[in-house]
Design a protein around this ligand. Structure first.
Ligand SMILES: C[S@@+](CC[C@H](N)C(=O)[O-])C[C@H]1O[C@@H](n2cnc3c(N)ncnc32)[C@H](O)[C@@H]1O
Length: 268
């Protein structure tokens, strides 16, 4: 069968998604798939399975199995959030803002996206990645190996698993914590609901995890050290207020949405 016939035979999913599923099923380049290639019976069956999974609202990236994130390529599945474009911008902000960090911490690491992309750019830095979910930490570790990067992956609650000798010595701390309020879940599209709830929802208000990150961050940063956290566009003022211990500002993402708090520990 031809790839073009198979792609056009699926009319209940967006065309660009069907093309991506065909690329994933065949391993061929998108251009070849669009021009038309012969698809083996095994690939036809795989494509059919992928289409069914997408119809059942599984995130496209889980079906594809991996996503690029800055300089790294990451395995993603039901254990972790799919990294979002705005978080890739957080990575870029961090690279632009902190020149040669020696110690980097990524709280709420999920797939390890921020920790690994930063480790790739700063190969001499000591990088620590923390997640409360053992499943997510396992994915982050797998992604570290996959990208040949040396990152210490720890399972636990925010700062709790970090070695004490890091107190006062972190140059760059990044976090994309869960920041939805419990009642926001009802409005989410079904494929987002397939992602881990603990990666999405922080609590009744939405800023509970961010508040706890902010409350302790000055103890871990060295003077002049920088924290960058992704925040909810619906809780900008409240999010900024949590960082009163630091010199903190709000930064926008590429769509112009207020999306990050960038804080710096004052040099006394
Ligand atoms: C929004 S996801 C972000 C994942 C990844 N950093 C990214 O940008 O795609 C939040 C992550 O924080 C983790 N998490 C939630 N509460 C946590 C806590 N108290 N301590 C550490 N990690 C936590 C979740 O398991 C989830 O993997």
């Amino acid at each position: 069968m031809r790839s073009t016939d198979l792609v056009t035979s699926v009319d209940d999913l967006p065309h660009h998604e069907v093309v991506r599923l065909m690329v994933a099923a065949t391993g061929h380049h998108r251009t070849d798939v669009l021009v038309g290639i012969d698809v083996t019976p095994e690939q036809v069956a795989r494509f059919g399975g992928y289409v069914e999974r997408r119809r059942a609202n599984e995130p496209l990236q889980y079906i594809e199995g991996s996503v690029p994130f800055g300089p790294v390529d990451l395995v993603v599945d039901h254990r972790v959030l799919v990294p979002r474009p705005e978080t890739e911008y957080l990575f870029e902000l961090a690279v632009a803002r902190v020149e040669s960090p020696s110690v980097i911490v990524d709280l709420c690491t999920g797939s390890g996206n921020l920790a690994l992309a930063l480790a790739s750019v700063h190969p001499d830095a000591s990088v620590y990645a923390v997640d409360l979910s053992g499943d997510a930490a396992a994915v982050a570790l797998e992604n570290a190996r996959r990208n040949g990067l040396d990152v210490v992956v720890l399972t636990g609650d925010l700062y709790e698993p970090l070695p004490e000798h890091l107190l006062g010595s972190v140059d760059l701390l990044v976090a994309n914590p869960p920041y939805l309020a419990a009642d926001e879940v009802a409005n989410l599209p079904p494929d987002v609901l397939a992602e881990p709830r603990g990666a999405l929802v922080a609590g009744e208000r939405g800023d509970e995890v961010l508040e706890r990150i902010a409350a302790d961050v000055h103890r871990w940063l060295q003077p002049g050290g920088v924290v960058i956290c992704e925040i909810s566009e619906y809780a900008v003022e409240r999010s900024l207020a949590h960082f009163e211990n630091l010199d903190a500002v709000v930064e926008k993402d590429l769509t112009g949405t207020e999306r990050f708090v960038v804080g710096c520990r004052r040099v006394e």
